[in-house]
Design a binder for this molecule. Structure first.
Ligand code: 16G
Length: 522
């Protein structure tokens, strides 16, 4: 463990394993990356030697940021009860303190060789942090496989494949093979040969390289990449990508300049391709965002529609949203799709866990993070089903293929987008009709700097504040003045800031509401 000295911890550190792992400026992450290698190795040892993943990425954050995130054996996030230990280790400064923390943990487990799979995004600090992670793994005599540059969901997929042989081949090629084979089959049995074209802004990140690879091996996907420059890491997420489009509610800069094609479907990934939003420009040249809420409703319409065709099959379907979901989307799901909606705090780990309670658990954050998870009961009922005719057989096969199409481990831009295109094709829905399913309530999101964001504590899936004392009552009073008004305040898990969300029946009202709540909060 002598390599501890190669990666000195800065004095007085405050590293914290947040919703997306450890995330800071790339040049402040050396010691954390080394210790993440150790934590991942310990996690692997604790599971009796199962393969654990480490992804080096800061997703949608600026190019000089970076992060390290641990992936559990079935492709899930690191369990929350490991976070306190991760924080403790990341903040140890002296070797004695560090060695004791590691040895105390090791004492709980048998002597097994850990195995870690690693991947990174396209940031220039990636190779240096990779070396630190590897040194951490080697310090515990672990083995590792470096998969080079991959999307975050690809690494989740590979981690799962190592531990669950039925999931697929544990390689990048295995990921493409599974996606292409499944999409081809769904199209074939439903009488189609290829998907409709789509233009994808890949945020100048790894998603662009991967879509180009897919394009070179198949004709059925019709992805046209823009913002796909991975030769210049400093362009990552700049004026493009899912976060830019969703936060600013506008087209990526290059499309603003060149002019978009009316009615054509566009999508934007983030820097590590684990979230996606779609959009188009309508007949009056108005930008129309099709965000995570819309993707959830589209996929729910597809699956719900197919399940209606096999009424003998009884399955529990649920949709999981966060407080950021537009009120109109929730209303549409409950009243039109007749599917129950559940709320969890922000962060994939919370939504994913809740979604696993259903046979079909559809979860998406408005920002485009999400997936659909299917239970073993879903697969069993469909496999055992005796189809009465060809139509039923086709429906059942399609429902089963969706399990392989949509990444079960984690939200995945490439798989989610393919599922969106399949859904549009199979439900014969145009981009316009998707956009007109419901009318979004005007909404605004604000970021406030406060003295201590940790004072802001919430309950009820982050929809209500319990601290600072008395603030929620004041917010309630303000919200009550606006038709369809809704507003909440929560501390960010990724930035030193507090976020204020406001929604109301009209744009002006929404802005006034947002301003009033911001004033109360700051
Ligand atoms: C992270 C989360 C994302 C969440 C966002 C909220 C994962 C993989 N990512 O990016 O789900 O929406 O944080 O950020 O869980 P905030 O706490 O700064 O608002």
């Amino acid at each position: 463990m002598q390599s501890f000295y190669t990666y000195p911890t800065p004095p007085d550190p405050h590293y914290s394993y947040g919703t997306a792992g450890f995330r800071y400026l790339g040049d402040q992450l050396g010691s954390v990356a080394f210790k993440t290698g150790i934590i991942a190795a310990l996690r692997s040892i604790s599971t009796g030697g199962k393969t654990i993943g480490v992804v080096i990425t800061a997703s949608h954050n600026p190019p000089d940021h970076n992060g390290v995130k641990i992936v559990d054996p079935m492709g899930e996030m690191l369990p929350q009860d490991w976070e306190p230990f991760a924080n403790q280790l990341a903040n140890t400064v002296s070797f004695a303190e560090f060695e004791k923390a590691v040895n105390d943990r090791l004492a709980n487990y048998k002597d097994v060789t850990p195995h870690i799979v690693i991947a990174r995004d396209t940031r220039s600090s990636g190779p240096r942090l990779l070396k630190a992670v590897i040194d951490g793994i080697l310090a515990l005599k672990g083995k590792y496989t470096d998969f080079g540059k991959l999307t975050t969901p690809q690494l989740h997929y590979i981690t799962r494949c190592y531990n669950d042989k039925t999931f697929g081949q544990p390689s990048e090629q295995g990921y493409y093979d599974k996606l292409i084979a499944t999409t081809t089959k769904i199209l074939q049995i439903n009488g189609y040969t290829k998907l409709d074209p789509i233009t994808v802004d890949t945020a100048n990140g790894i998603g662009g390289d991967q879509l180009r690879k897919l394009d070179s091996i198949t004709d059925i996907l019709n992805f046209h990449v823009i913002n796909g420059d991975t030769d210049h890491p400093d362009r990552l997420n700049i004026d493009c990508g899912a976060d830019y489009v969703k936060t600013n509610q506008k087209l990526p800069a290059v499309l603003q300049k060149e002019g978009p094609e009316q009615g054509h479907l566009y999508a934007s990934f983030d820097g590590d391709a684990d979230r996606v939003v779609c959009y188009y420009v309508d007949e009056s040249d108005k930008f129309r965002l099709l965000d995570g809420d819309r993707i959830a409703t589209l996929l729910a319409s597809l699956i719900g529609g197919l399940l209606k065709k096999v009424p003998k099959i009884k399955l529990k379907v649920g949709i999981v949203q966060t407080a950021y979901a537009n009120g109109s989307s929730t209303e549409f799901i409950e009243s039109k799709l007749k599917i129950p909606v559940y709320f969890t705090p922000t962060g994939v780990k919370h939504l994913h866990q809740k979604a696993l309670e259903f046979d079909v658990g559809i979860y998406f954050e408005a920002n485009g993070h999400g997936t659909v998870v299917f239970s073993p009961n879903y697969v069993k009922q469909l496999r055992d089903y005796q189809a009465a005719d060809e139509e039923e057989k086709k429906t059942v096969e399609t429902l089963l293929l969706l399990v392989d199409l949509i990444n079960q481990a984690v939200g995945d831009s490439i798989c989610d987008l393919t599922a969106v295109l399949v859904a549009l094709k199979l439900t014969k829905k145009s981009v316009y009709s998707w956009g007109n399913d419901y009318k979004e309530l005007p909404n605004r999101l604000y970021k406030l700097s406060v003295k201590d964001r940790f004072l802001f504590k919430t309950t009820d899936a982050e929809r209500r504040l319990v601290s600072p004392k008395g603030l929620q009552e004041k917010i309630d009073e303000v919200v009550g003045k606006y038709e369809k008004g809704r507003s909440f305040v929560r501390a960010s898990g990724t930035e030193d800031a507090v976020r204020v969300y406001a929604e109301a029946s009209g744009t002006e009202e929404c802005e006034r509401l947002g301003k009033e709540v911001c004033e109360l909060t700051s």
